[in-house]
Design a binder for this molecule. Structure first.
Ligand SMILES: Nc1ncnc2c1ncn2[C@@H]1O[C@H](COP(=O)(O)OP(=O)(O)OP(=O)(O)O)[C@@H](O)[C@H]1O
Ligand SMILES: [Mg+2]
Length: 285
């Protein structure tokens, strides 16, 4: 079942002097099991869109079809529990979703809330705490005593322990060092490959090029492009006009004026192959 937005508007504080359109006539469809990157400048509407995937926010007008639910402005908050199990969100600011006394209790909360037994919930929590790279030695600590990077990992483990069909991540790698970021991205890719949909907000164009199948580009509440990464990064003038960065390999390739690139390399691997072909010809393979 795909995810479909149809003419979705979202207005913050309607009818007040603070009224602000967070989403403006947004329509798109994304396929199941894809890895979707959601990009755009600060204030473009990414977090607003993310909160619509599990109906934390509901469209002011328009409709959303997701996980068998048809969400409109009049959808009641009752009966959304199963949606929240199937579509879970790691918030942009993870401390906003930590609330239990210990790390373990925090990560167990999701599975328990959705019906897992004590034993099952603990097993899931330990599994995902390990997968996000947290050691068992901190599981009895308060989540609020942790570093920002550790808190982020706990929040990610807490959501992944629910094992949702659609995993929504709002800048999950912010504040992690490059190696931790790569490990975390690999965890999300593995999750997608295991048959889930992953929707990732990021400012990192290298991650978009490396991992995404599909890219949604937001600007001022509007969806201004929905395409594969190759297409998004193909038109350098369009990127410049919208103040969007290119992936580093693509920038590096542009600076090699003596080389003749057959196609714009977006990842390090593509860049290495293009350079190899230029130096030694395609017969070198
Ligand atoms: N609770 C709110 N009340 C009023 N306006 C809001 C609220 N939350 C967001 N907005 C406004 O809606 C617009 C979109 O905000 P949103 O948080 O979705 O942007 P974003 O793309 O996630 O930005 P960032 O990259 O900084 O996280 C912004 O203009 C923002 O000021
Ligand atoms: Mg945001």
């Amino acid at each position: 079942m795909s995810i479909k937005f149809e003419k979705v508007d979202y207005v913050y504080s309607p009818g007040t002097s603070m009224e602000k359109k967070g989403l403006d006539n947004v329509s798109f469809e994304i396929a199941d099991h894809s890895f979707v990157a959601l990009i755009g400048h600060t204030g473009s509407g990414k977090s607003t869109m993310m909160q619509h995937f599990n109906a934390l926010l509901k469209p002011s007008t328009g409709t959303i079809d997701i996980a068998g639910y048809h969400i409109t402005s009049s959808t009641s908050n009752k009966n959304l529990k199963n949606l929240r199990k199937q579509v879970s969100l790691v918030f942009q600011f993870p401390e906003a979703q930590l609330f239990e006394n210990t790390v373990l209790e925090d990560v167990e909360f999701g599975p328990k809330n959705f019906g897992a037994s004590e034993v099952e919930a603990k097993k899931k929590a330990l599994k995902w705490l390990k997968k996000v790279g947290l050691s068992e030695s901190i599981i009895s600590n308060s989540p609020f005593e942790l570093s920002g990077g550790q808190m982020r990992r706990v929040a990610i483990a807490g959501v992944m322990a629910i094992e949702p069909q659609v995993l929504c991540l709002d800048e999950p790698a912010a504040g992690l060092d490059p190696r931790a970021r790569r490990e975390m991205m690999q965890l999300f890719v593995d999750y997608q490959k295991a048959g889930h949909t992953v929707i990732l907000v990021t400012h990192n164009m290298n991650d978009v090029a490396e991992y995404a199948d599909d890219v949604l580009v937001m600007e001022n509440g509007k969806l201004i492009k929905h395409a594969r990464p190759e297409e998004v990064f193909a038109d350098k003038n369009w990127l410049k006009r919208h103040y969007l960065d290119e992936p580093t390999p693509s920038l590096f390739a542009s600076s090699l004026s003596n080389f003749n690139f057959e196609k714009n390399p977006l990842t390090l691997e593509q860049l290495a192959n293009e350079i190899k072909d230029n130096l030694w010809g395609e017969a070198s393979e």
